[in-house]
Design a protein around this ligand. Structure first.
Ligand code: SF4
Ligand code: SF4
Length: 181
């Protein structure tokens, strides 16, 4: 024999009442909606016309990385691998190489990163690579990683990560200690 799992019985018709004339016209609901819409016209906009207008980021915003050069233009990175080890997303791949005589102007130390790649799809922009680096070589910047159609385009190599010697990336703000609120 069929037994209901609940003792309650919903009587759909019970409690229903006739709609008033105004309710049948939907006027109160329309006016209520209009009031909300018009109210928003006078509120400060929370959206921006990106990319023409850009939002100001915090000094400590963590965006796209940069591999820094020293004051003479040589790459700071010595391929120690500390950043790759610290990275929780395993986003960094490094191949180390020995500096050859005559390459002192290119690489600051005897060892350098022949290959340095960051998979931007894996990266969670935590900044641990920056914190782990003992050579002042890697920093996260305010720059945003753009959108691409192909996954392979998100693998950033040295051609993108190492700063342009003629167009240095300013990381002064990031080097300042965080002020307590
Ligand atoms: S920001 Fe974090 S996740 Fe991204 S590469 Fe650095 S350590 Fe890895
Ligand atoms: S970026 Fe820094 S931590 Fe990473 S390999 Fe280069 S020197 Fe080492």
């Amino acid at each position: 024999m069929y037994r209901s799992l609940t003792a309650k019985r919903k009587n759909v018709s019970a409690g229903q009442r006739e709609l008033t004339f105004m309710e049948r016209m939907y006027l109160p609901a329309i006016l209520k909606g209009m009031k909300i819409t018009i109210g928003h016209l006078f509120k400060k906009k929370v959206s921006l016309n990106y990319p023409e207008v850009k939002r100001e980021f915090s000094d400590f915003y963590r965006g796209m990385h940069v591999l820094k050069r020293d004051e003479n233009g040589a790459e700071n990175c010595t391929a120690c691998g500390m950043c790759a080890l610290a990275c929780p997303a395993e986003a960094i791949t490094i191949d180390a190489a020995e500096r050859k005589p005559g390459e002192e102007h290119l690489y600051r130390e005897e060892k350098y990163a022949a290959k340095y790649e960051i998979n931007m799809l894996r990266c969670i922009y935590c900044g641990l690579c920056e914190e782990a680096c003992p050579k002042d070589a890697i920093y996260l910047t305010e720059r945003i990683v753009p959108a691409y159609y192909k996954r392979k385009d998100f693998i950033y190599g040295k051609d993108i990560l190492v700063e342009d010697i003629n167009n240095r990336v300013d990381i002064t703000k990031r080097k300042q200690p965080i002020k307590k609120a």
